[in-house]
Design a protein around this ligand. Sequence first.
Ligand code: ATP
Length: 293
Amino acid sequence: MSLLEVKELTKSYNGTLAVDHVSFTLEERTATALIGPNGSGKTTTLSMIAGLLKESEGSIHRDFKSGIGFLPQYPQFFPWLSALEFTEMAAQISGVDGKKVRQQSIRTLEFVGLGSAVNKKTGTFSGGMRQRLGLAQAIVHQPKLLLLDEPVSALDPTGRREIMDLLKSLQQDATILYSTHILNDAEEMTDQLLFLKEGKLVEQGSLSEVKSRYAEPQIRLLFETEQAAVLFESRKLWPMQRDRNVIALPISYEGPSMQQVMAVLAKEESGIAGIDKQSASLEEIFLKVAGKK
Ligand SMILES: Nc1ncnc2c1ncn2[C@@H]1O[C@H](COP(=O)(O)OP(=O)(O)OP(=O)(O)O)[C@@H](O)[C@H]1O
């Protein structure tokens, strides 16, 4: 069932379209990664869905009972408040039952890894701790829809790993829409990819759908020796490229299929040591899509 439906969402600033007729749906308990170059409209899209910014055109349909949690790109805290005081304030604003505010705040801080810093002033927090606290305020009221603007971009690899693991566990109960510049993370946690460019949604689909649109499929043949690879190449069966003992062979409708290649290799002592299929990485796809006019 879809939790959110965005139709023709548009935001213009003085006639310039920051978000240009964007449509998508978010299914329950899925993670959607919003990617795109700087200034492509990710923050603006998230802010409209969060209700912080009024759309110029289009509509956002969501189940209002579900609750929304929002982590801004640069979360702001009151430096004189402790982590617990801040989280309790967020819980109260988000409508958590008064009797449960303390318990739920502590539990949330423990969940995000700030259990030992509940009474520390947020003004003393490191970047990683601020990001965790930002996540705590976004989830303390247990929303069903989580909107996260660059939740991990400011973190070092260890911090990123930990926050990504937390997000994955949250996904069991919530629907997540997050923007990111870290494409490895998008590859790791995404049921749907939304690719914005200059405010327009230029690619949309599951990771494998998007990949299959951009991949130039190749198989890589790894030979035991360079001689064996040279011998295979010299037969000129199909167009191929050799790098020492590895041969890259494009497979396509016109070219050979994987089965044809396997059939040839199976017939003889070819000295083959391994075969794998390659597809484009999300980073390669990003560069292609971002650069495409
Ligand atoms: N308040 C504003 N007034 C005018 N233009 C704005 C405003 N906010 C954003 N924009 C413009 O809208 C476009 C989209 O900005 P947005 O911040 O949504 O992009 P983004 O994809 O989140 O970028 P980044 O990856 O750098 O965070 C940009 O061209 C930006 O300059």
